[in-house]
Design a protein around this ligand. Structure first.
Ligand code: C2E
Ligand code: CA
Ligand code: CA
Ligand code: CA
Length: 275
């Protein structure tokens, strides 16, 4: 028995090494990904449920590398955050997304907005505000067409974040709270930050048509947000029955596979909204 235990331990050790090795390889490749131009942005429509039309796009990063293949953002963004690579990557995302938006504005999609995810780590970058201003100027768009999406994080310096968010608000940039309801301090965020939109996390949307208590949670979030003067975006809408319920409860906007998956820029203009 003793011998077997030891073997098991060795197997476990080897597996740990394999995982650590993979992460190290991802990190090494990630360091060269920007200059090799391995990132692209995909865009997912955000649909206004009153008008039944596309109101905006959310930019979502994609990475494909020769050695490590396609790595989803949930896997490489945390590594980019740990290593600080999120700073140059985040700048590339913002500039690329806003230049794309400018192109759409000039080609028939005049009022489209662009939502860009901002990592909490970027709030510790000393020149974040200057970088955002520069990206807006570079693309020559009005700041009100940009929305920043932030998630809650336990490691966040709330004081620092609220100073930056207030400056962004002054500039006219929109602010969304992403994945609302999944964190630790959602409600205190609403009190402390100048939020415009709240995105209901898709875990609360998934079963709303089958599960009464999930429906109650979603409708309560919508009511609360409206009482605070915020608009509500439902994430992860995949079916017509989810959409119908969200409409009934006066959810303002929706996003999800029901309308479209995130797609390359060339495909975005061809998306048609189905009700
Ligand atoms: P998120 O900001 O919550 O983005 C929504 C995620 O849900 C996206 O996954 C999107 O593809 C997926 N999704 C959209 N509609 C549906 C649906 O109907 N059903 C299901 N099951 N999923 C849906 P994705 O693109 O893999 O991104 C994952 C996360 O990675 C994002 O979550 C965001 O936190 C992060 N991320 C992506 N791009 C960036 C970026 O440019 N910067 C930063 N800092 N984070 C990013
Ligand atoms: Ca988001
Ligand atoms: Ca989200
Ligand atoms: Ca998320």
């Amino acid at each position: 028995a003793k011998k077997q235990g030891r073997n098991n331990f060795q197997v476990y050790d080897v597996m740990l090494d394999a995982k650590a090795y993979e992460e190290m390889q991802i990190e090494n490749e990630l360091r060269k990904a920007l200059e090799r131009e391995e990132f692209v942005l995909h865009y997912q429509p955000i649909v206004n449920l009153c008008k039944n039309e596309i109101k905006g796009a959310e930019a979502l990063i994609r990475w494909e590398n020769e050695r490590v293949g396609k790595v989803p953002p949930d896997q490489f963004i945390p590594i980019a955050e740990e290593t600080g690579l999120i700073i140059p990557i985040g700048e590339w995302v913002l500039k690329t997304a806003l230049l794309q938006l400018k192109d759409w504005h000039e080609n028939g999609l005049e009022n489209l907005t662009m939502s860009v995810n901002l990592s909490i780590r970027q709030f510790y970058q000393p020149n974040l505000l200057a970088m955002i201003r520069e990206a807006i100027e570079l693309a020559r768009i009005e700041p009100c067409f940009l929305t920043i999406e932030i998630t809650e994080s336990m490691t966040m310096d709330v004081e620092k974040a609220s100073v930056i968010l207030r400056e962004l608000k002054k500039l006219g940039v929109g602010i969304s709270i992403d994945d609302f309801g999944t964190g630790y301090s959602s409600l205190s965020y609403l009190k402390r930050f100048p939020i415009d939109h709240l995105k209901i996390d898709r875990c609360f949307v998934r079963d709303i048509a089958e599960n009464k208590s999930d429906e109650n949670i979603a409708t309560t979030i919508i009511l609360m947000a409206h009482n605070l003067g915020l608009s509500v975006i439902a994430e992860g809408v995949e079916t017509a029955s989810q959409l119908k319920l969200l409409r009934q409860h006066r959810c303002n906007e929706a996003q999800g596979y029901h309308f479209s998956r995130p797609v390359p820029a060339e495909e975005f203009a061809r998306i048609k909204v189905s009700s």
